[in-house]
Design a protein. Structure first.
Length: 426
């Protein structure tokens, strides 16, 4: 035992690794020196074994990390569309209250025809077929105004009261003719000669026609004759509106003397206006009467159709003008306003037509619509835009009969984004 301790002390001076080896074997064998034969090695042998062991441990760690990377790679493997296998289909569920608050509307898409787009500048004008001018037929003086510029008026509503000397004379003659006609009718054919009876009728009819031609209506004439008082023939009469509409102009002042033909007021129904669009001869040849059109007024689009086309070219601009009849129920369009007109051409494509507001850009830049897969539940669907005409789009990627969000799509898309999923779906 003493000899063994001496040997250990000697080895410890030679190499510290020997002590480590001794500690590693301590308690395993005390029977002799033969157990330490493996410890008697040079420094190079010790380092070689240590490096081998360290390299092995390092490789084992690399191998472990390799398996981990493979696992992550499997989880994030591309499905062919740039999405991982673990990605869920994105959607949003909205309550009826949310839909009402956001103004969300849906529609069932169907196949329609859409022509190519012909864009041209335009100017809103009054629709001549829905406009009337109020003018006197005899020299007169304005006595009273009953409507003002911008007022909405009804057919038959008084607009202005005039007074005329010519009208006063005609009213007096009518009153006398009426009295004479009533007298001969009362006397009867047995007392009054046929000649007098016929003359009384002709005189009355001529007087009545003259008063009517000067501007008095049937109701005004009957009211005058019911009085039976010739002193009521003051020459005053009222001009009435011929239609429902808006007072576009009222070029007069009370007390002013007006000559026949002077336009006192202009009444127009602005719910239907014209847009005069100017086209090049080449573009004009691509459209036809009845072609659908869309007119952009600020951020709004109004529907219309081509109703007239001029055949004479403008000498200055060398363009041809077409009239687009536009429905204007909300009074967004006004005469004299400049707009942009988009007219559909003769060549048309068949397909799914949707509103422009229904098609959005997804996060990766693709076009998409939001389809209602269940009541109140919406999912995005990628589509391809084939043609845009005004605020309508011809798209491909959804079937006829699909229900999509036609209004409020941006709100639905925002709700989908809040869910934490990608807004891309196939």
């Amino acid at each position: 035992m003493k000899n063994r301790l001496v040997l250990v002390m000697v080895l410890s001076l030679v190499s510290p690794c020997a002590v480590f080896a001794e500690k590693g074997h301590e308690g395993h064998d005390d029977n002799g020196l033969d157990d330490f034969s493996g410890i008697e090695m040079g420094d190079s042998d010790v380092h070689e074994r240590t490096n081998s062991q360290g390299q092995s441990d390092h490789n084992h760690g690399e191998e472990g990390h390799g398996h981990e990377k493979e696992d992550h790679a499997d989880e994030g493997a591309d499905d062919g569309h740039g999405h991982g296998h673990g990605e869920a289909a994105s959607d949003a569920e909205l309550s009826d209250a949310q839909r009402r608050m956001a103004g969300i509307e849906t529609l069932v898409v169907k196949r329609q025809a859409l022509g190519d787009a012909i864009t041209a500048p335009g100017e809103a004008t009054l629709n001549a077929y829905h406009t009337t001018k109020i003018t006197p037929r005899t020299p007169a003086q304005v006595m009273k105004r009953h409507a003002r510029l911008g007022d909405r008026v009804k057919k038959g509503q008084p607009l202005v009261t005039l007074s005329s000397l010519e009208m006063a004379e005609a009213q007096g003659v009518l009153m006398e003719a009426n009295v004479e006609l009533r007298r001969v009718k009362k006397l009867g054919r047995k007392v009054v000669s046929e000649k007098r009876f016929v003359a009384a009728q002709i005189a009355y009819q001529q007087a009545y026609a003259k008063v009517s031609a000067y501007g008095m209506t049937k109701q005004q004439i009957e009211s005058l004759m019911k009085t039976g008082d010739a002193t009521r023939a003051t020459g005053e009469f009222r001009l009435l509106s011929f239609q429902d509409g808006t007072v576009i102009s009222d070029d007069f002042v009370v007390g002013e003397r007006i000559e026949p033909g002077h336009v006192l007021m202009e009444i127009s129904d602005e719910s239907v206006l014209w847009v005069e669009a100017r086209l090049t001869p080449e573009d004009a040849a691509r459209i036809a009467l009845g072609s659908l059109a869309r007119v952009q007024v600020g951020e709004h689009w109004l529907s219309g159709k081509v109703t007239q086309a001029r055949h004479a070219m403008d000498k200055v601009t060398r363009t041809l003008a077409v009239h687009i009849e536009v429905a204007n129920p909300d009074d967004k369009l006004h005469p004299g306003q400049f707009v942009t007109a988009v007219i559909e051409g003769k060549e048309k494509l068949q397909g799914i037509i949707v509103p422009l507001a229904a098609v959005l850009r997804s996060s990766d830049g693709d076009w998409q619509v939001l389809i209602e897969v269940a009541p109140g539940r919406f999912e995005p669907k990628e589509v391809e835009v084939l043609r845009t005409v005004g605020d309508r789009m011809l798209i491909d990627g959804i079937a006829e009969g699909t229900t999509i969000v036609s209004k409020g799509a941006f709100f639905v898309q925002s709700e989908i984004a809040k869910s934490g999923f990608s807004v891309h779906n196939h």
